[in-house]
Design a protein around this ligand. Sequence first.
Ligand code: SF4
Length: 471
Amino acid sequence: MNAKQLYMETFGCQMNVNDSERIVTMLADLGYRATSQASNADMILLNTCSVRGGAEEKVYKRLANLRPLKKAKPALIMGVGGCVAQQEGNELLQKFPWLDLVFGTHNLHLLVDMVRDAENGERRCETAFIDNEQRLDLFPPAKGNSRVSSFVTVMQGCDNFCSYCIVPYVRGREISRRSAEIIAEVRQLADSGVQEVVLLGQNVNSYGLKTEGEPNFARLIRMVAEIEGILRIRFTTSHPKDMSDELIACFGDVAKLCGQIHLPVQSGSDSVLALMNRGYTRASYLDRIRALKAVRPGIAITADIIVGFPGEGEEDFEQTLSLVEDVRYSDLFIFAYSPRPGTRAADLVEELGREQKVQRLERLLELQKRITREISESLLGTCQPVLVEGEGKHHGQVSGRLESGRIVNFPGDPGLIGSLVEVRIVKAYQNSLLGGKYYDLTAEGAEEKPESFAVVQVPCFKRGNPLEDQT
Ligand code: SF4
């Protein structure tokens, strides 16, 4: 029997990417194989995101766009999952009569049944949130992002209700996975050759805080670090208000924890932060940054920033610019604000038009480009440890990451994949680095490293840490 073809489109965050990969695996049991061609598909699923504005419209447009395929092939199954499905539910089935199934963020475990029903002509919508006991049993399994690195989900959902964000409504409240399961999963990954784990959740810093008998996140990191075979640990995403001293201390004494953190700030202005309901101030955020840099000099910090939030005047925006100068992020993810229906911020009056928001976005982008370039250029000529994850951009190259997360391509044999090597950085691009000669730290006799390959520690803050100047 020929395999049936499944075409999936995924929007949004890493959680959605993980869910989509899980869906592909689940539906393989029903004989579906992934295809990159919608026109050949027997089933089309859109795994949606509603974090950014206009998400529903995008999904509506896409569904309208795909309709001719259903007309041409009535047996084609079409479905929508993820955050827009959670939000819109049955409405989607009513608006789009050619849609067969709608599944919410808590309902992946029902998908196989739903598809069977759809194959028999039954249209279904499942968006009910499930109880915590059941959620605990349904955490997604680890998912590799390369042969040597894997995502491990440790918590899901969020209790923070930032005023602009839809996540607590569509992903549900926060729940922490059982630590024993996490540890068992990481051990299994290490046994199968995985050397790096990325601990994943909407707000990993609050892991375990509301679950009796479970460790907090700092303790969990230390437990993961004890697992033999795991060389590197990363995590995402963190909330600054939950960035405890205990967690920051891990960056000082857990060698396996990479010197990298994504710590979304969203704005540099206290009044905007209050309107966003972020639960911290500019000063307390900078205090966390200072503490991180004190225990791990050179730590690479990235963040999300929203420009043009309601109430953001020119002075507020300048506060954001100056905070970015101070922190010297290694990279930034910048978004122009757009209201999400159903959130508190959607009721706030917007003073800025699209054009003004885009202008602010571009000013911030320019500033960050310069800082990123300066940080990358400060690495030129130094030797940096790289975990080799796969083949490189060009033939004859391999590719890996620095501790900071920056990608390095360098000439090497695919046999190096999975090795920790020291690479001399010879060129800096906007989004990656080019390496030259390397030294394999995992090869036999590697301890007799030539002096020319000593790692040169280059702090990210070439011109001193401006935060220190503020005290
Ligand atoms: S912390 Fe705020 S922005 Fe992040 S998922 Fe929770 S509500 Fe959304």
